[in-house]
Design a protein around this ligand. Structure first.
Ligand SMILES: C[S@@+](CC[C@H](N)C(=O)[O-])C[C@H]1O[C@@H](n2cnc3c(N)ncnc32)[C@H](O)[C@@H]1O
Length: 329
C-alpha cells in the first residue's frame, strides 16, 4: 500500500495532516534547496491574473506554490506521470492541472502564447538544446510575461562559458542525464538572445535561479554590448537564420499582467539562515555539524559568485517575521 512517508518522493512537502514527505535528500541536506531561489521570488509576484505553466514538475512543489501564491491557473507538466504528484495534489486540495507525457518540445508550435509565467526549474541541463529551449519558452509567453528558470551552473566562472558535462575529463557523472551547464554570464546572454530581460538572479550553492521578463528585443537592457549587437543585427542577416524571430517579438506588445515588486539585481541566498517560503515546506533541521558545513559552503559559494561577478554580491533579503503565509488558497 502506498504511503506518503515511504513512496519515492522527490520533494519534501508538508501535507495538511502534518506528514512530511521525505524528499530526495538526506536530513543534513537542505530540503528542496534547488527551488529556494524560485520560491523566494513568488512572494514578490502578483499572480492574481496569471496563467502559469510548470515544466518538469516532479512532485509539484513549484506548481503548488504558484497556486498557493494566488495564480489564476496553474498547469503542471512532466515527462511521465508520478503517483506522488497525484497524492500531494489530492492531500493539498489544490486546483492544479496535470499534463503528462509532456516534453519541452511539446510547447514548440503554438500559434498564440498562452502563459503569463513559466517555471522551468531543474530542466535546462537535462536537454540537448538549451538555447532553442529558451526560444521556445519565450515564444510561449505573453508579452511582459515571466520566466523563472533554475539550473545547475558553473559557479565561479566569470566568462560566458557553457560546459558539456559528458566531455569533462577525469570526472564521472553521477547521473547520465546532465549535459550543458552555463556560467552566470552565459545564461544571461542566452536568455537575452532568446528575448528576455534578466531582472534578478539568485545563486544558491551550485544552482542559479533567474527571473526574466519576456521583453521586446529592441527594449532589452542587455548585460553585454555583444548581446545588444545580436538583438539589433541578427535579424538583418539574410543567410544566417536560427529559429528566433526578433522582429516578430518586437512587434508584439501588451501591458504587464503580472507585477514584480521584489529586489532587482544579482543575489546570493544564504542557506543556513533561510526560512521556509510557505507552509508547503518543512523546516530544515540539520545536525550542528551539517549546519557548520553549510555555513562554510555558503561562504565559499558567495565568494565564488562574487569573484565571478567582480563585485561583492548582496545576500537575498530574508522576509521578516519567520514563515510567510500564502496569499490565498
Ligand atoms: C531535476 S528534476 C526537477 C524537478 C522540479 N522542477 C524541481 O526543480 O524541483 C527534472 C525534471 O525535468 C523533467 N524533464 C527532463 N527532460 C525533460 C524534457 N525534455 N522536457 C520536459 N521536462 C523534462 C524530468 O521529468 C523532471 O521532472
Amino acid at each position: 500500500m502506498s504511503d506518503a512517508t515511504t513512496d519515492s518522493w522527490f520533494h519534501a512537502l508538508r501535507l495538511p495532516d502534518g506528514t512530511v514527505t521525505p524528499g530526495r535528500f538526506d536530513r543534513d541536506t537542505p530540503p528542496n534547496y534547488t527551488l529556494w531561489g524560485a520560491l523566494a521570488l513568488l512572494r514578490h509576484l502578483d499572480l492574481a491574473a496569471a496563467d502559469c505553466l510548470d515544466i518538469g514538475t516532479m512532485d509539484g512543489l513549484m506548481a503548488f506554490s504558484l497556486a498557493r501564491a494566488g495564480a489564476r491557473s496553474v498547469v503542471a507538466t512532466d515527462v511521465v506521470p508520478r503517483p506522488t504528484f497525484e497524492r500531494a495534489r489530492a492531500a493539498l486540495g489544490l486546483d492544479v492541472g496535470y499534463r503528462t507525457p509532456f516534453l519541452v518540445s511539446d510547447v514548440a508550435d503554438v500559434k498564440e502564447p498562452s502563459w503569463d509565467l513559466i517555471a522551468c526549474c531543474g530542466v535546462l541541463y537535462h536537454v540537448f538544446d538549451p538555447l532553442p529551449l529558451l526560444v521556445t519558452l519565450r515564444r510561449n509567453l505573453r508579452p511582459q510575461g515571466w520566466l523563472i528558470l533554475e539550473t545547475q551552473y558553473l559557479k565561479g566562472e566569470g566568462r560566458a562559458r557553457l560546459s558539456f558535462e559528458p566531455g569533462e575529463a577525469g570526472k564521472a557523472l553521477r547521473h547520465a542525464n546532465t549535459f550543458f551547464r552555463p556560467s552566470h554570464s552565459a545564461l544571461c546572454a542566452l536568455m537575452e538572445t532568446a528575448g528576455f530581460e534578466v531582472v534578478t538572479t539568485i545563486a544558491t550553492l551550485g544552482r542559479l535561479t533567474v527571473l526574466a521578463r519576456a521583453e521586446r528585443p529592441s527594449a532589452i537592457r542587455t548585460r553585454s554590448a555583444s548581446t545588444r549587437r545580436v538583438l539589433d543585427r541578427y535579424r538583418h542577416y539574410a543567410n544566417y537564420r536560427e529559429a528566433v524571430d526578433h522582429a516578430g517579438l518586437d512587434a508584439a506588445s501588451a501591458p504587464a499582467v503580472v507585477g514584480y515588486s521584489g529586489p532587482v539585481g544579482d543575489f546570493v541566498l544564504d542557506t543556513t539562515t533561510r526560512r521556509p517560503a510557505s507552509d508547503l515546506e518543512p523546516e530544515w533541521r540539520p545536525s550542528a555539524a551539517a549546519r557548520a558545513r553549510y555555513r562554510l559552503r555558503d561562504r565559499t559559494a558567495w565568494l565564488a559568485a562574487s569573484i565571478a561577478r567582480r563585485r561583492l554580491l548582496p545576500h537575498w533579503p530574508q522576509p521578516d517575521g519567520g514563515l510567510s503565509r500564502p496569499r490565498s488558497g
